[in-house]
Design a protein around this ligand. Structure first.
Ligand code: UDX
Length: 470
């Protein structure tokens, strides 16, 4: 089947590559000429495991091509996906400028029947507006149908989420469009849920808001665990074992971030207010998400006392593991909080250093080339992103390098007992602190351990700490 994808960002490129992978003839379109040029040379603009291979394989097989011309796509394809950004506005609403522009561009060149599919995350009733716009700007009276087909892919596993989706949602009002969409998805085994357009659009915002709510729920419980000495890991296990609830998205931590959850929750709140049915519960979800970081910072202050001039190492800058995406990252916000308080922060991220430097997201931050370099002479280590690599690091070496061996695990990633047994003071989210005379310490009264590395060795390693991000 011939398919065009307008918008070659994260969703558009991954979707186009995977539709080519299952045998369709796909043309990916973007108005960013340099990007299309780079893609033609095989350069992938984002880090996403497995995506590069899929793109290269399908370009070589002549199933995947790139263009800057909407007309070329509309002329050749039977189904046209819109996958352009829908960024947030300052009031939480969604900026639909790109969607509207693409609808007009399609209308100008539409000559015969096409199925126009909205893949971008949009407020309910956007499909109706897209159809109105195309009808208004098209001069040929060409027939078309608009379909809503929301994307549920996660960054870091986009290829597998696309190739093996949990479900495929198709919102449409015409048998002809539904038949075309079923053909698009014929190679996939996932169940297809057919709805009207408004319901499909709502499914996306409601699903992401529910997942954000689940995270905020467990984070709120983690605060209660901290106050009562209960263990959030055990509580999550006990709750998650109920099949109706499930264990996933019950990992307590510093809170959710990224380009989807914060934006989609804000958009759903804004939509609900606009239609006069305010969704107050979601405001609480946002508040809890924010308070996780505030509580964590309080923990740092309670333990380290004054943060000004403290050398703090931060592991993790991306909004989650397995991505280089640092947009709306809680780790980045936390680093900036620490810098604002006058701490000297050195951070390391396996994939995010470059983007933080490029976008100058944390002025004053020093970036290290490895996790071990980052902790050299540090007075505290903060784990801010759940990269599994961090759990595999030799903590005996971390102990030797740190000035005072204190770890704050903001993602409950590390083995608390193993770390404490090495002599670290260790704090995490919603897990009990051992008594001061146990095998760990708590609070300001705790003895502080000074690293044993010689001053010269320290100086040498300090020089390894790489360029500042300014
Ligand atoms: C999300 C949705 O999962 C996906 O279906 C949707 O289409 C796009 O938005 P993504 O933004 O890639 O995907 O991230 P996801 O893996 O869902 O994680 C979002 C955030 O939640 C991350 O910051 C992560 O650290 C946090 N998180 C996730 C938790 O704090 N606890 C959890 O248990 C799970």
């Amino acid at each position: 089947m011939k398919i065009a994808i307008i918008g070659t960002g994260y969703v558009g490129l991954a979707t186009g590559a995977c539709l080519a992978e299952v045998g369709h003839q796909v043309i990916c379109i973007d108005n960013d000429e340099p990007k299309i040029k780079r893609l033609r040379y095989g350069k992938i603009p984002i880090y996403e495991p497995g995506l590069e291979e899929v793109v290269h394989r399908n370009v070589s097989a002549h199933r995947l091509s790139f263009s800057t011309s909407v007309e070329e796509g509309v002329d050749t394809a039977e189904v046209i996906f819109i996958a352009v950004p829908t960024p947030p506005q300052t009031d939480g609403g969604v900026d639909l400028t790109y969607i509207e522009r693409v609808a007009r561009e399609i209308a100008y060149v539409l000559k015969g029947y096409r199925v126009i599919v909205d893949k971008s995350t949009v407020p309910v009733k956007t499909g109706e507006k897209v159809a109105d716009t195309i009808r208004r700007y098209n001069r040929t009276g060409a027939d078309f149908d608009v379909v809503s087909n929301p994307e549920f892919l996660r960054e870091g596993c986009a290829v597998s989420d696309l190739m093996k989706p949990d479900r495929i949602v198709i919102g449409c009002d015409s048998e002809r469009a539904l038949a075309a969409m079923k053909e698009v998805y014929a190679p996939f085994t996932a169940p297809i849920i057919v709805t009207d357009i408004n319901s499909a659009e709502l499914i996306k915002h409601a699903a992401n808001s529910f997942l954000a709510l689940k995270i905020s729920y467990i984070n709120a419980v983690s605060a209660i665990c901290e106050a009562t000495g209960a263990d959030i890991q055990k509580v999550a296990e006990g709750i998650g074992a109920d099949k109706r609830i499930g264990r996933s998205f019950l990992s307590a931590g510093l809170g959710y971030g990224g380009s989807c959850f914060p934006k989609d929750v804000a958009a759903f709140i804004s939509i609900s207010e606009e239609i006069g049915e305010p969704f107050a519960l979601l405001k609480e979800v946002q508040r809890i998400n924010q308070s996780q970081r505030t509580r964590f910072l309080r923990k740092l202050r309670d333990t380290l006392w004054v943060l000004k001039e403290k050398r703090i190492a931060v592991w993790g800058l991306t909004f989650k593991a397995d991505t280089d995406d640092v947009r709306n990252s809680v780790a980045v916000d936390l680093v900036n909080d620490l810098i604002r308080e006058g701490a000297q922060v050195t951070a390391y991220d396996p994939k995010g250093n470059e983007k933080v430097r490029e976008l100058n997201l944390c002025p004053g931050l020093r970036l290290a080339d490895s996790a071990l370099i980052a902790v050299q002479d540090a007075e505290a280590l903060v784990v801010a992103t759940e990269w599994p690599d961090f759990a595999a690091i030799d903590f005996a070496e971390v102990y030797r390098r740190m000035h005072t061996a204190i770890v704050f695990d903001g993602r409950n990633l590390l083995d608390a007992d193993a770390i404490r047994n090495l002599g670290f003071q260790f704090y995490s989210i919603g897990r009990p602190q051992p008594k001061a005379n146990g095998n760990g310490y708590s609070g300001l009264v705790s003895p502080i351990k000074f690293a044993t590395s010689s001053k010269n060795a320290g100086e040498k390693l300090r020089q390894e700490v790489s360029r500042e991000s300014r």
